[in-house]
Design a protein around this ligand. Sequence first.
Ligand SMILES: O=P(O)(O)OC[C@H]1O[C@H](OP(=O)(O)OP(=O)(O)O)[C@H](O)[C@@H]1O
Ligand SMILES: Nc1ncnc2[nH]cnc12
Length: 180
Amino acid sequence: MTETAAALVERLTAVVPDFPKPGVLFRDVTPVFSDAVAFGRVCEALAAPFAVGAGFDAVAGIEARGFALAGGIAAQHQVGVLTVRKAGKLPGEVLSEQYALEYGEAELELRPGQLPAGTRVLVVDDVLATGGTGAATITLLERAGYQAVGFAALLELDGLNGRERLEPRLPVTTLGAVPA
Ligand SMILES: O=P(O)(O)OC[C@H]1O[C@H](OP(=O)(O)OP(=O)(O)O)[C@H](O)[C@@H]1O
Ligand SMILES: Nc1ncnc2[nH]cnc12
């Protein structure tokens, strides 16, 4: 029988204790990316709920693992990619947003003016934890004049309220929920 995207994520994701800090149970999804069948299937599943109806015109990938997913989805749907990067990586004019993570503080940046105002953007990342990264990304996209139409991640971490934080702003899809 065909293995579903959710089953592939569950089977292939590695669980790494005490990374990147003691006490954090890190979900390493990179084996999902290196398996050709799994990668194609999860990209399809992440975008499927957003491909019907209004749809999306671009995919925003959040550094770092969101970049791979955004590229896969964009190629399947023949749309472009916006890269939402960690601070200090993008040249020229940038918009910046600071945010808190499960394990620290960070800042994300986006170059404005790459696509027309009103472009409908699907946001993708590997893991939804506290939702701080997703919320900062949605704010950056809105500040750039785009419409963030959905957030999709491979996994959400139970108990950190990421979904509760993002859902008032846009629809959220993940392929599985695991303990934080
Ligand atoms: O929902 P949140 O609590 O914001 O956490 C989710 C974010 O945390 C991880 O990235 P991280 O910032 O560790 O960066 P990395 O991609 O460089 O590993 C993950 O890839 C998400 O982007
Ligand atoms: N436990 C975790 N595993 C992988 N990515 C994360 N991002 C935030 N918390 C994470």
